[in-house]
Design a protein around this ligand. Structure first.
Ligand code: CA
Length: 668
């Protein structure tokens, strides 16, 4: 079992040389195997009975084993499967076997492999060891037929909030009963001991539009038989891709509970007007030879090195082969299943560049057909080299070839707060000079702009996004130090007050830039992780959000809330084309370290404001900018913000306070 921390390497995208000779002879042979893409794979129950169909083109023999319970009991029956079309094997029983469990076993190269629930188990028992036969329709909560997520005109109308189920509700201060569970997000009117709103009420108060939940499919690392004393894991160790994780359910041994409870969570968020984005990790599996992929069709789902060993672009021991038809179909059919069965509104692809461009475009097309509001984004990098040629990888540099996909901007992230891999490194918002041009790259969402010189970019050297809808802006996520910890490590001598100011400045840049903003849960209450940068299996004492901080840092929370309100009420921050950005964004010619000043002009994107002036001062001294004469409303100044206005100004020379954002607007 490998406990993966792949995404810690985010930013380490690799553009290897195009070298087709790197493909192993085994991979060439595997690509020729027949594929089967109909949706009756593995299990189908209908009026004629229970039907099994396993895709395993190289198996010598295949069997299905049936059980009364989810674990620790012998099989009550076994069925010998018959070879059928396109590499599949079938067996049937002429009655519905609801309530029973099953595993498959194949004989490969004259050897019987271990039992597997297959790769299409939609319901599983404890630890996902056995697949379950249940009536999935019976898991639907009341009102599910009419349930729907929020509608968006474009992805950059979203404000994304990345959260882990345990982080959000485990702390005693959450006031939530079902801590660490899917249904924590169904509890209404929860409060901290200090009277502040928590749980779903907190999300509504903050104003985010979508939660992005860390992996919620069944993963490998938590022993579900040891509830409630089970531990913590981010979940980047996939086991069963098409069933929810058991440790987030109130009863992992009941296959219906995890499904029903996850649906209740989605329904509750949708009822609150909030969409649900799932983090999906199709790029690697937790195990190699013992993964469900390997036990179903050995080698097929993975890429290999020329010597036949697993290639490892994930840094987790293997990488999947999306370019191979049955794997490509698996990814597409799996996200379609989550979108249809669980009403998921968006997908975040982990290490997306391990997948090929064609697969990602087909994923987007398939999802948009189900619901045009579904959006897809991912990490446009890998964690190691891959046999897949660089020009076929879904890299951020290739995003222009993927019109309906967005990628994380490590450009803005590292420029604003300092490099992710060097704790002490500062960024634009914390006084490091020379990153002004990279901040501008972030402001224009990595699109081409006549006033942005990409040759001075710290990370990317060209405008890789065709449109701003292809960029996700952020300064922190579950990976690496939280923003609070990064500020503590890079500004060790600064007062907490100074660090709070820097955090506000950093998020103001994120929330006002073109592209789609993304914040990490708890940043709005100045959440820290005690300096732990890779907390993938750290205890709740490191990861859980302490909601009493909402009281302590009420000013911070109010700033974030108002910032989100500002963005949502002004389309000028949400332009959908690169041409509009070029037309409406004018950078001022300021030549001072840690100062960027610009205007969004001409009632951009239908905004009621004729001009918005934004100036970011990352230095520790006050700096002046020149603003045209007029009737200005001051929106943000010196660490304060009000979307309706803090006061008025006639323009002229205006001072931007140290480590703060100035935002002014005029209607005429
Ligand atoms: Ca699990």
């Amino acid at each position: 079992m490998s406990l993966c921390t792949c995404t810690i390497l985010s930013g380490a995208y690799v553009c290897g040389p195009i070298d087709t000779s790197a493909q192993s002879t085994r991979d060439i042979e595997l690509a020729k195997l027949p594929s089967y893409s109909a949706d009756d794979l593995e299990l189908k129950v209908d009026a004629t009975g229970t039907h099994f169909r396993l895709w395993s083109p190289e198996a010598d023999e295949a069997k299905v084993y049936l059980y009364d319970t989810d674990r620790n009991t012998p099989a009550v029956d076994s069925l010998t499967m018959k070879r059928d079309v396109k590499g599949t094997w079938t067996a049937s029983v002429n009655k519905p076997l609801y309530g029973m469990f099953y595993t498959f076993r194949i004989k490969h190269n004259r050897k019987w492999l271990k039992h597997t629930p297959g790769i299409w188990a939609k319901a599983v028992g404890t630890n996902g060891e056995r697949a379950a036969i249940i009536d999935i329709a019976a898991t639907d909560p009341e009102g599910w037929n009419t349930d729907k997520g929020p509608s968006l005109k474009a992805i950059n109308d979203a404000v994304i909030y990345e959260m882990h189920h345990r982080d959000f509700s485990m702390h005693p201060s959450s006031g939530i009963v079902n801590k660490g569970k899917f249904i924590a997000l169904t509890e209404q009117d929860t409060k901290s001991m200090l009277g502040d709103k928590t749980g779903i009420e907190h999300l509504k108060e903050l104003g985010i539009t979508h939660v992005h939940i860390l992996p919620s499919y069944d993963y490998n690392s938590i022993d579900e038989s040891q509830l409630p004393s089970n531990g913590y894991n981010w979940g980047y160790d996939p086991y069963n891709y098409n069933a929810p994780e058991g440790s987030y359910s109130t009863n992992p041994s009941d296959p219906s509970a995890r499904i029903s409870e996850m649906k209740q969570m989605v329904k509750s968020l949708h009822d609150a007007g909030i969409g649900v984005i799932m983090d999906v990790v199709y790029n690697h599996t937790a195990n190699n030879d013992d993964s469900n992929f390997s036990l179903t069709a050995p080698d097929y789902f993975y890429r290999h090195k020329p010597d036949g060993s697993y290639s490892d672009a994930s840094g987790c021991g293997n990488e999947t082969a999306s370019e191979r038809q049955q794997m490509r179909d698996f990814i597409i059919n799996s996200v379609k299943y989550w979108a249809k069965e669980y009403h998921i509104d968006g997908f975040r692809f982990d290490l997306m560049a391990i997948h090929d461009i064609e697969t990602m475009n087909q994923v987007a097309a398939a999802l948009k057909e189900i619901n045009p509001d579904i959006f897809i984004y991912g990490e446009g990098w890998t964690a190691g080299d891959s046999p897949l040629p660089a020009d076929q990888r879904a890299l951020k540099e290739n995003v222009a070839k993927m019109p309906d996909i967005a990628v994380f901007s490590d450009d803005l992230r590292d420029a604003v707060k300092g490099h992710y891999s060097n704790e002490a490194d500062r960024g634009f918002a914390t006084g490091k000079p020379g990153l002004e041009e990279t901040v501008k790259i972030g402001i224009v969402a990595s699109t081409a702009h006549p006033q942005v010189d990409y040759s001075k970019g710290a990370n990317s050297k060209f405008a890789y996004a065709a449109e701003p809808t292809q960029i996700i802006n952020y300064v922190s996520c579950h990976d690496d130090l939280t923003l609070t910890d990064k500020l503590a490590k890079s500004m060790p001598d600064a007062s907490e007050q100074e660090r709070l100011r820097a955090a506000k400045l950093a998020q103001t840049i994120v929330l006002t830039s073109q592209g789609t903003p993304f914040i990490f849960a708890g940043e709005e209450v100045f959440r820290d992780k005690k300096g732990v940068h890779n907390s993938y299996k750290s205890p709740d004492s490191i990861n859980a959000i302490d909601w009493s901080n909402k009281h302590k840092y009420a000013d911070q929370f109010n700033y974030y809330r108002e910032l989100i309100k500002l963005r949502k009420s002004h389309p000028a921050f949400r332009m959908t084309s690169a041409a509009d950005i070029t037309k409406h964004i004018k950078f001022d010619d300021v030549k001072h370290d840690n100062l960027v000043s610009y205007s969004i002009t001409g009632n951009a994107n239908g905004d009621e404001w004729k001009e918005i002036k934004l100036a970011f001062n990352g230095s520790d001294e006050p700096l002046n900018i020149k603003v045209s004469k007029g009737d200005w409303i001051i929106i943000a100044n010196d660490g304060k913000i009000n979307a309706e206005g803090l006061g008025k100004s006639r323009g002229g020379t205006i001072t931007v306070a140290p480590r703060s954002a100035l935002i002014m607007a005029r209607e005429k």
